[in-house]
Design a protein around this ligand. Structure first.
Ligand code: AKB
Length: 316
């Protein structure tokens, strides 16, 4: 991992991943790429940023060549909620984009491709509690379909071509820097923003909807630690369960109330409730712990303290 290209660099995770990788590997060694939304000053001023359309294989190949890339983190994706409104676009970006990256990586003999999967790979037939790593994968969203197909495709490129492709099934990611867009777990971020700014939040899933969650610093570590794990230690490749804690919106609201007693949460479930109901309550990440030492740092309370402090500074 010396010269990295990150797709989806203006997104919730991509924007922070680019900065973390630049801190660790040097600014010029990390190329951020974006499609429509323009990057922040922090991203453009700290290192190279280029416009890309990952569904265009020539675009991907040109940038890999020009910047002498050896590793790609593929963070560009249409998430679950938008994916249900635009299923064809979701397939196009998530699958055609990913296979272009794999093909360029194969042809140019890149070192590694990291392609995050998601808890959206699971479906209602999957065991709901402490979901095993290797289990039934029958998602009911287009986003989930692309995540399962992406896991299988990545494993195919590893076994067929020896390309080192890796990925982890991310839970809902909570962070303060760049808001998420188009996901079902977006409420777990919005609740903090609204608590700091207005002391009230109307949540679009029911109060007892429990989902696996993780704070951004752990998410970044999970991606970089998996990328750096010795290949010979891995039994799985593109489908590691990773989680930090599982909580419901009501429990997040309680944690916020511990700091803002006047905070009020109300609940008006919409179409995203059905998506959330098809995902597990909690997942078993023992394979990630055993094969590459996954060990998250944040629980709900520690995350709440950090989220409220950083958002208060942000909106001061
Ligand atoms: C979403 O809600 O779609 C994403 C995810 C869990 O992958 N945050």
């Amino acid at each position: 991992m010396k010269r990295i290209l990150v797709t989806g660099s203006v997104g919730q995770i991509g924007s922070e991943l680019v900065m973390e990788l630049r801190n660790r590997l040097g600014n010029d060694n990390v190329l951020g790429t974006f499609h429509r939304t323009l990057p922040t000053e922090e991203l453009t001023e700290s290192g190279p940023m280029e416009k890309i359309r990952i569904q265009d294989v020539d675009d991907v190949a040109r940038l890999v060549e020009e910047y002498d890339i050896d590793t790609v983190f593929n963070m560009a994706a249409i998430l679950s909620a938008v994916g249900e409104q635009k299923p064809q676009l979701c397939w196009d970006v998530n699958m055609n984009g990913f296979i272009n990256i794999l093909e360029v990586a194969r042809e140019k003999e890149l070192r590694q491709v990291i392609n995050p999967s998601s808890i959206a790979a699971f479906g209602p037939e999957t065991p709901l509690q402490n979901t095993p790593n290797d289990t039934i994968l029958k998602p009911k969203t287009m986003y989930g379909v692309t995540k399962v197909a992406g896991e299988i495709l990545g494993d195919y490129y590893f076994h067929r071509y020896g390309l080192d492709v890796r990925g982890m099934r991310l839970p809902g990611i909570v962070s303060w820097k760049t808001p998420p867009g188009g996901g079902t777990t977006d409420y777990s971020v919005a609740i903090y923003y609204e608590a700091v700014q207005h002391r009230r939040y109307t949540c679009f899933v029911k109060e007892d909807t429990r989902l696996p969650l993780m704070y951004m610093p752990d998410c970044l570590n999970s991606m970089i630690d998996l990328a750096q794990a010795p290949l010979e230690d891995l039994i799985h490749h593109c489908d590691f369960n990773v989680t930090a804690f599982s909580n419901s919106p009501a429990e997040i609201a309680e944690s916020i109330k511990g700091h803002y007693p006047d905070f009020e949460a109300t609940y008006e479930p919409d179409f995203r409730q059905a998506i959330a109901d098809s995902w597990p309550d909690s997942i078993d990440d023992s394979a990630a712990r055993a094969e590459w030492g996954w060990d998250p740092e944040y629980n709900l309370e520690k995350m709440t303290v950090d989220m409220l402090e950083t958002l208060e500074r942000k909106f001061a």
